[in-house]
Write a protein that binds this ligand. Structure first.
Ligand code: FE
Length: 204
């Protein structure tokens, strides 16, 4: 049972002009695919051959297998990222809106915090919205680090690696973040993640 490359949840033109079809094709079809392929090559014929992606990530971390961790965690993070965006931004439902107001006072303030931490992050990584014991927080991770198996439940993520925005926004990461947050954040996905038992899992 190899790890799959899930299809994008929208057409490759759905996020234009924020994210061009060229960027999505390369990011999903080359970068994400390479992480999946390298994960599969590493687990083939091992006791992880039939494991879930979450189990592979945990085993790689436990063994200190940096290569397998990077490829498996990046596979997970990218699938979570595709789902964190949608062609037309959705609005928070009442449950997550209450959690946003409790932690940040308003949706605008939370989204400003996402943009600020995403812009301030040094080098490659991810900016996340997570829920810990029901309380929302914006967090950053470096390189491939992930909330896949965390006791903080990931709700949304934005890719901060240059490959996510350089073709469309050059070095202007804040412009990419602003456009993603204003036009494409999938608050329906965040609300589903907040409501579900346990953390989102990678499609089998
Ligand atoms: Fe990426």
């Amino acid at each position: 049972m190899a790890i799959t490359l899930p299809p994008l949840p929208y057409d490759d033109t759905a996020l234009e002009p924020t994210i061009s079809a060229t960027t999505l094709q390369t990011h999903h079809g080359k970068h994400h695919k390479a992480y999946v392929d390298k994960t599969n090559a590493a687990i083939e014929g091992t006791d992880l051959a039939d494991a879930s992606l979450e189990e592979i990530i945990a085993a790689a971390e436990a063994k200190g297998d940096k290569g397998l961790f990077n490829n498996s965690a990046q596979s997970w993070n990218h699938a979570f990222y595709w789902n964190s965006m949608t062609a037309d931004k959705t609005a928070p439902n009442s449950e997550i809106a209450a959690a946003i107001d409790a932690a940040y006072g308003s949706l605008d303030r939370l989204e400003a915090e996402l943009a600020a931490q995403g812009a301030a992050h040094f080098a490659s990584g991810w900016v996340w919205l997570v829920a810990k014991d029901g309380k929302l927080a914006v967090e950053q991770t470096h390189d491939a680090a992930t909330f896949a198996n965390s006791d903080s439940k990931p709700l949304l993520v934005i890719d901060l690696w240059e490959h996510a925005y350089y073709l469309d926004h050059k070095n202007l990461r804040p412009d990419y973040l602003k456009a993603v947050i204003e036009k494409h954040l999938n608050w329906d996905f965040a609300a589903d993640n907040l409501a579900r038992e346990g953390n989102w899992t990678y499609p089998a």
